[in-house]
Design a protein around this ligand. Sequence first.
Ligand code: BYC
Length: 483
Amino acid sequence: MNVNIMNVDYSTKIPNNVNLSADRQVLKALEGWHPGYIDWWQDMGPDGFQQSLVYLRTAYSVDPRGWAKFDYVRMPDYRWGILLAPQEENRVVPFGEHYGEPAWQEVPGEHRALLRRLIVIQGDTEPASVEQQRHLGKTAPSLYDMRNLFQVNVEEGRHLWAMVYLLQKYFGRDGREEADELLRRRSGDADSPRMLGAFNEKTPDWLSFFMFTYFTDRDGKMQLHSLAQSGFDPLSRTCRFMLTEEAHHMFVGETGISRVVQRTCEAMKAAGIDDPADVNRVRALGVIDLPTIQKKLNLHYSLSLDLFGSEVSTNAANAFNAGIKGRYHESQINDDHRLQNDTYPVLKLVGGEIVRVDEPALTALNMRLRDDYTQDCVKGILRWNKVISTAGYDYRLKLPHVAFHRAIGEFKDVRATPDGVLIDDATWSRRKDEWLPSRGDGDFIASLMKPVTEIGGFAPWISPPKVGIDNKPGDFEYVKIET
Ligand code: BYC
């Protein structure tokens, strides 16, 4: 069969652009995995709405100029497919000890375990996020938002398929076992949790959902960029296409928070409130006060920082040396791409103080990626602050210090304020509710989470978006709930 890599073959049960119909063994393995996936989706995917018609985009091509089409779909009928970006001719390993050698089309034997581990970790996060968000459909502030949630969910499901394809095609029996385990672990489960910390936390409300898609999906972006550099070409091609979808997830987060901030500012202005920190008066208006938004931001940013691992990591150095996981925008960096003699400044705790220490660049790769991530996060903060200043308020949202509220790495054993001042346990206990969402904050936000399902309607705590999805008008029925 002539494979057209740009267009996706929808004639097989599992849509793909990897010529699965000629790869009987892998097709069989994937078809064997499919029923378990559907069971998982029914059990752990969006709670309710499985029979609703949702206006979703589905990838029909991997051509960046036009790759998706929109239509009404019942979520269990979504065509989860295996889509790889086109193979680049003569691609070479772009970094590490194998720098300049031809990229691998098969798993390099010596790096098999390392590669499998990274693919499994990546795969584990995808279903985890769907599990964390499964109850949110019931409190969606609009059909527009509900549709975005479900879009994110089905695409995280597809990203799981992407990793399962790699495991089943390239890792034989242990790959198949790992694929089964990905359906067995559950977010937050005491016995069988998901692998990384942030993916076992709750996503209790829509503000958390927006923060998660802004901050945690952005870790996904950074990690996928690093894996897209991989010398193992199938992983690189898979991640490159995943990044195309990922952009929308972060858009949902950024615009979601922007709309919450906008609504709060409008309500404060209309009520003549001058002080955004006057929490009780603002809350009485039925909108989320800016200090509470800041606390949610503190929480989700710090949880997401933990996803970068320790600042100094031999795992990261090994993955780089092996040519398996590169740096953000590796091929655009102007250096020797081996890093044997370079250093990188790392924030560390030395004698009870936070200082910058030059470490070998190879072991500091997690820190470097985390720094790139922080820079990327700042962009949204600037946009949200623009909304606040345009409304005439002198209040700034900001990223907390990297030592604040950490469970992984250099600062996991200390307490710090959002400004990075080290404090003792007693001060932390006394003041932590000023910095992180308290039970009372959670209860207040929960009290606002009333579903709005009429066409074109929005909950009073969030502004409508500036434009619709797929250029649809404001009164478009993004989800036909009863069909
Ligand atoms: N929680 O050398 P270390 C996404 C473990 S998100 C629990 O410090 P390393 C998405 C680590 O496994 C992107 N354990 O770190 C977003 C190791 O354990 P072992 C997901 C943690 O290995 C939203 C030990 O601590 N993709 O796509 O250099 C929605 C020492 O590790 C954590 C990836 O993460 C933690 N936070 O870096 C949907 C890419 N951190 O081996 C999807 C693949 C560390 O000693 N993963 N540990 O038992 C990696 O590149 C790396 O494994 C990590 C950790 C960056 C996660």
